[in-house]
Design a protein around this ligand. Structure first.
Ligand code: GDP
Ligand code: MG
Length: 166
């Protein structure tokens, strides 16, 4: 089994952190600053039965200028070539315009979209259900997986789910 998976989400939700954890090496630049990772960064996850290439797409948020427009178009065109899309949001930030902009674009995607709710270590378990309900009204997700990229919670389950669906 093999395939390409794009990770999309507004800045600071933890895309690079997850990618780093998955490939277990520092191939993505982690930073609190938005848009430090300008290029597509690919990480490869390999097991005996599967190989998944992950694509970090940092340019996928509301463009502020013409260069931004170009970056967003480039990033979205990459989505046409993947087998699955991880839409990552953060449990410690309310759904905002940055999320809604991405959701609108994902509505026309062909690949299945997985909602990954990151940073569950920052919220009480009871607060998770309202977050899930909020997002699932916006898009038909293949699967909803809460994780903590820093703690590693549920990351293995996410990988198994992706591999099983391929
Ligand atoms: P990106 O912009 O989406 O690539 O986000 P980064 O991976 O650069 O992460 C942004 C910030 O969130 C960093 O300070 C990370 O350490 C932090 N972060 C990422 N994942 C988690 C998590 O699961 N829990 C917590 N508490 N912080 C996280
Ligand atoms: Mg990043």
């Amino acid at each position: 089994k093999s395939g390409f998976v794009a990770i999309v989400g507004r800045p600071n939700v933890g895309k690079s952190t997850l990618l780093n954890r998955i490939v277990a090496q520092k191939i993505a630049i982690m930073s609190n600053k938005a848009q430090t990772t300008r290029n597509k960064i690919q990480g490869i996850y390999t097991t005996k039965e599967a190989q998944i290439v992950f694509i970090d797409t940092p340019g996928i948020h509301k463009p502020k200028n013409k260069l931004g427009d170009f970056m967003v178009e480039t990033a979205y065109s990459a989505l046409r070539e993947v087998d699955a899309i991880i839409f990552m949001v953060s449990a410690d930030m309310p759904r905002g315009r940055g999320d809604d902009f991405i959701i609108e674009r994902l509505k026309t995607a062909d690949a299945p979209v997985y909602l990954v709710i990151n940073k569950i270590d920052t919220v009480h378990p009871d607060d998770l259900l309202p977050i899930i309900d909020d997002y699932r009204q916006e898009l038909d997700f293949k699967e909803i997986v809460p994780i903590s990229a820093t703690e590693g919670n549920n990351v293995e389950h996410l990988l198994e789910t992706l591999v099983n669906d391929m």
